[in-house]
Design a binder for this molecule. Structure first.
Ligand SMILES: *Cc1c(COP(=O)(O)O)cnc(C)c1O
Length: 838
């Protein structure tokens, strides 16, 4: 839509447009074909930033001119640009596999996107999932557009004071230095979106980011037309109070959908990455109202089929909840004037109990009520989410709460080292992440020598980079930077522990018995070294205390040179770590790690995992691929259990991990360890990749969602209208449904059930009568749909439902029940009534 030169005034040099086009697309964050070009422009800046955009904005005109004057440089540039353009417009997996799909656009909403250090608008795991999925969507040609916020300061940056306490820093994100550009209308006007807030309008500036063949659109409030208070709304990610968060979420959801429409996009699918953006479902419905002259209820019924909600938290306390008064302040005019519904109806969408005026407004509940599909982010988290959302489906068995799962994956090309990339290319070819998964057998052919060379090289590179960082850090803390040269040893088993320092992650589990840890680290024959990193939210004091606990431990002289805590864990540091660490440790309290992704990033690089059986590791672990602690059950925050798990962690390290790393064969290679690496790479890397996740989202969620939306919208919303009428009928008349006589007979090894149902003011086709038996060994309950027979002439409104089933279980195990039924509805998501016979 806009011209790359509209915002940035480049010097007039022939060829600079080509450089700008290449630098602007974040494709360079995972495809390194152009790296040498940027390095030629400014080797030093390249080394510190790895950011082509900053290089192009910084280097002198003379330097650019002189390089462009070299035919060799010019040719390389032209070739790279042509390759990019061709690869972005060619048919990819999606176009080949689903050539006739009625899916033109998936809007992917997220509060944060972690795409590159060059665009620091993320905090951690949630942004990681969003960024990696966008990149995989680009590789696979799935038509995803991202929608997010551009933060003036982003998430806080971290350093330590001389006492080892965390300090929060807020450097400014200068838009002129970021790989973003203003979105302009065809007439050149900067696209700005307006939203009415109490008392005044807020103007939102719109920006564009290129991510391979996909686009990310960002909104920010720092527009000169806004009041000073409004201009700060998009300053900080996860900063401020509840009111600030509500304003951000209004901008993201309502502003975000308006932005898409202003661009002429009409996405069939709206994917909510966490509940923050749930207002988008309201705004999507509002546009449907406006386009089709239909009331809100009907519009929501039609568009809901196209909405997908992915929940990311494992505790109900993790949901954003707002005081109803706050929602009233900000959204009463929106409800009344724009949606034409009473505010109470809007509030009801965010509540468990729609009639309870004191119940807070829950964004996750709004997302569930506004979506046609809901999923968690690992198999275990799907089940945990069924438990958390159970209150929205009263009297439904937990296993039937309508929440599935798509396990997260990481975008492999973003996290692999150059050496790992080369090795995988020899084994599985160059296009291995652009289609279906690479074959395990191809990876298993890698030899011990190839794998060990990659590992030792990776460890060495990591240690070199770590020392540089550590020297800078020591100097900043007032220490002596020369000390950094002596820490760590290239031959020593290197453990990594880096993540958000939140108490449920138990970052101090390794510190449970400090003396035992010291013995491990300082063993003269088989020593271990440990690299730590992690931030605690500025308001999370217990989390910060855990950082201090480690920094105190670091002062122990016995472990000098064996443990380093690097400050400011960010994407670039994470990339360095996962490419060189031998063993990645993760010790969350089950089941609070919804998925976890950092451990997946080491797989491609030959790192191994030792983790709690939680999140992704609960489904990935087997003894052939790594190590696990935990018994696969939940123990709350019981200190005795923590102690037991710490014990298990030390024992595993002492008796298995360390001996296997140092047990080297006649060629000087640890064959057992390498066997684990080979299996971990072959089995887990493709499975826990964002490519697999995006294929799964596309085939199991996006395509059905698009089809459901089209079905409901077609013929002037015919199906949507029938659904709405049915839903209203069910809500109004459900209480008139009741059970009559139940007759059960058993002969010839079969139970025969005859159940009399009084359908009251409903019709038999509005209902389904089922026999339900609790699960036996498996998790799946036994459910048998009964067949409706003739109406009973002697008893008006009564129908006989019957069913015959094999008598493998006692007849008493089965309970008849009535649930709503409509061919196009998702039950119980869209109608949660249920009537049990007993
Ligand atoms: C991958 C990543 C995360 C998420 O990792 P977890 O496994 O959820 O701890 C967080 N922060 C950064 C910088 C990352 O790269």
């Amino acid at each position: 839509m806009s011209d790359p030169n509209a915002f940035t005034i480049w010097p007039k040099i022939e060829g600079i447009d080509a450089l700008a086009e290449l630098a602007f697309n974040l494709h360079w964050s995972w495809n390194h074909a152009a790296d040498e070009l940027w390095e030629d422009l400014d080797p030093e800046l390249w080394e510190t930033t790895q950011n082509p955009w900053v290089i192009l904005r910084t280097v002198s005109t003379d330097k650019i001119k002189s390089l462009l004057a070299q035919p060799e440089f010019h040719k390389r540039l032209d070739d790279l640009l042509r390759e990019n353009r061709e690869s972005f417009s060619s048919k990819a997996w999606f176009q080949k596999k689903h050539p006739d799909a009625a899916l033109t656009s998936v809007a992917y909403f997220s509060m944060e996107f972690m795409l590159s250090e060059a665009l620091p608008i993320y905090s951690g795991g949630l942004g990681n999932v969003a960024g990696d999925q966008m990149k995989a969507a680009s590789d696979l040609g799935v038509p995803v557009v991202g929608v997010g916020l551009l933060y003036g300061q982003g998430y806080f940056r971290q350093d330590f004071d001389s006492e080892g306490r965390q300090r929060a820093l807020y450097p400014v994100n200068d838009p002129g230095q970021l790989p973003i550009r203003p979105l302009r209308r065809p007439n050149g006007e900067w696209l700005r979106i307006v939203i009415q807030l109490p008392g005044s309008k807020i103007w939102l500036r719109c920006w564009e980011v290129s991510v391979g063949r996909t686009k990310l659109y960002l909104l920010d409030a720092n527009d000169f037309s806004n009041t000073a208070a409004h201009r700060g709304i998009t300053s900080q990610l996860y900063g401020g109070d509840a009111e600030m968060r509500l304003k951000q979420e209004i901008i993201l959801g309502i502003g975000g959908w308006r932005l898409l429409r202003a661009l002429g996009l009409q996405p069939e699918v709206c994917h909510l990455n966490e509940g923050h953006a749930a207002f988008a479902v309201l705004e999507r419905a509002r546009f449907y109202m406006e386009d089709n002259k239909r009331p809100f209820d009907l519009a929501l019924n039609v568009t809901r089929a196209g909405n997908l909600f992915t929940t990311h938290t494992a505790v109900a306390a993790g949901f954003d909840r707002f005081d109803p008064e706050l929602v009233r302040k900000y959204l009463s005019h929106y409800a009344q004037d724009e949606l034409a519904i009473p505010l109470e109806d809007l509030l009801a969408l965010g509540r468990q109990n729609s009639g309870d005026a004191s119940e807070p407004f829950n964004m996750a509940y709004l997302a569930v009520h506004g979506s046609g599909q809901v999923n968690g982010v690992s198999k275990l988290h799907g089940r945990v989410s069924q438990h958390i959302f159970q209150p929205l489906f009263p009297r439904w068995p937990e296993q039937e709460v309508p929440i599935g799962s798509v396990t997260n994956g990481i975008h492999v090309p973003t996290w692999d080292s150059a050496a790992a990339d080369a090795l995988w290319s020899t084994a599985c070819g160059k296009k291995r992440w652009h289609g279906n998964r690479p074959a395990e057998e191809d990876i298993r052919r890698l030899t011990d020598a190839q794998l060990w060379q990659m590992r030792t090289g990776g460890r060495k590179t990591l240690i070199g980079r770590m020392r540089k960082r550590y020297a800078r850090q020591l100097a900043a803390e007032g220490g002596s930077p020369s000390e950094a040269g002596g820490v760590f040893d290239e031959k020593v088993l290197t453990l990594g522990f880096a993540r958000r320092f939140a108490t449920y992650k138990r970052p101090n589990l390794l510190l449970h018995d400090p003396e035992r840890l010291i013995r491990l680290l300082s063993d003269p024959h088989r020593p271990v070294q440990l690299l730590l990193a992690g931030k605690a939210h500025p308001q999370d004091l217990p989390g910060q205390a855990l950082i201090e606990q480690w920094n105190d431990f670091l002062k122990r002289p016995e472990i000098r040179g064996r443990v380093v805590f690097l400050s400011d864990y960010d994407m670039m540091l994470a990339q360095e770590l996962v490419q060189g660490i031998d063993l990645w440790i993760n010790t969350p309290r089950r089941p609070w790690e919804a998925c976890g992704t950092s451990g997946m990033k080491v797989l491609v690089n030959g790192g191994l995992n030792l983790s709690e059986l939680d999140g992704w590791w609960a489904e990935a672990y087997s003894p052939e691929v790594g190590w696990a602690i935990g018994d696969g059950r939940e123990h709350g925050d019981d200190p005795a259990w923590d102690a037991q798990e710490a014990e298990a962690l030390y024992t595993l390290l002492e008796q298995e991990v360390i001996p296997e790393f140092y047990e080297q064969n006649e060629k000087g290679m640890p064959s057992k360890w390498l066997g684990l690496i080979r299996e971990s790479m072959a089995r887990l890397t493709p499975e826990f990749s964002a490519g697999r996740a995006i294929r799964e989202y596309t085939e199991s969620h996006y395509l059905p969602a698009a089809a459901g939306y089209h079905e409901r919208a077609a013929w002037e919303s015919k199906v949507g209208a029938s659904l709405l009428q049915w839903q209203e009928g069910i809500a109004r008349h459900w209480n008139s449904v009741r059970f009559g006589n139940v007759r059960i007979e058993t002969h010839d090894g079969r139970h025969s059930f005859r159940v009399e149902i009084f359908v009251g003011d409903l019709k038999p086709e509005d209902l389904s009568v089922e026999l339900y038996a609790d699960p036996m060994q498996k998790r799946e309950p036994a459910i048998e749909t009964m067949t409706v027979g003739e109406a009973r002439v002697d008893s008006p409104g009564a129908f006989i439902y019957s069913s015959e089933i094999p008598a493998t279980r006692p007849a008493g195990d089965y309970t008849p029940r009535v649930i709503p039924h409509h061919t196009s509805a998702s039950v119980p998501l869209e109608a949660a009534q249920i009537l049990w016979q007993r």
